[in-house]
Design a protein around this ligand. Sequence first.
Ligand SMILES: [Zn+2]
Length: 272
Amino acid sequence: MKKFSATTPIYYVNAKPHLGHAYTTIISDAVCRWHKLCGEEVHLLTGTDEHGLKIQQFADAEGVSPKQFCDKIAPLFADAWQRLNIDVSDFIRTTEERHKVGVQKLLQACYDAGDIEVDTYRGHYCVACEAYYTPEELDNGKCKIHNTKAEYVEEENYFFRLSRYEEKLLKWYADHPDAIKPDHRVNEVTGFIKQGLRDFSVSRKTLTWGIELPWDKSHVAYVWFDALANYITAHGYGTDEKQFAANWPVDYHFIGKDIIRFHSVYWPAMLM
Ligand SMILES: [Zn+2]
């Protein structure tokens, strides 16, 4: 039987589900239902993104542990998809053991390949985005998405050497011109890569709410590295290699435009 497999973004549990989450998830479900009507075996993966500084801060504000905070919010997403009659095949939470094992395997693989190295980060960070920005990417020191001030931070981090992947990524997009839809987004991504890629931090030393780096337990994984890996950990990477080989890659990643850089630059480089 022909297979069709798709993913939604995993949603950050800092707040209850809203219309934006529902929009992406309903579209994903509609496309999956079309493939089902065509007689295909369909898999739709969704879930929740539960680590990172922002979750720690929300939990602190409520006076509960981050795990307690996530345990309260994550079921609201599962419940929302049930009420909207979304046909979910798998719901992954990044606090699950299967995910932790897979993330650590991916981190170790990148480290062993020489693509993760220790360095010092100095610059601005938007906690709401959980992302670093250069001064040029900010508007008067404020994040353009959140209109809030990005904090100056300086700390020892492990870095993923994304800068080594410029040529490989450009070649890959040249060979796969249909990889991103709509078409103008391909230009956005390749334009961004051509400007030159900066290495990105994959660890935090000042945070404990996350997945420990397997070779240095004083650091936890950067939440985006952790979150993106859900697409493979849910399919058995690190825990069930047979299942993984049978089900990876998936056909579609449904995403929103604000997270295109993470999915179209970071993620393929991490997979490479
Ligand atoms: Zn932001």
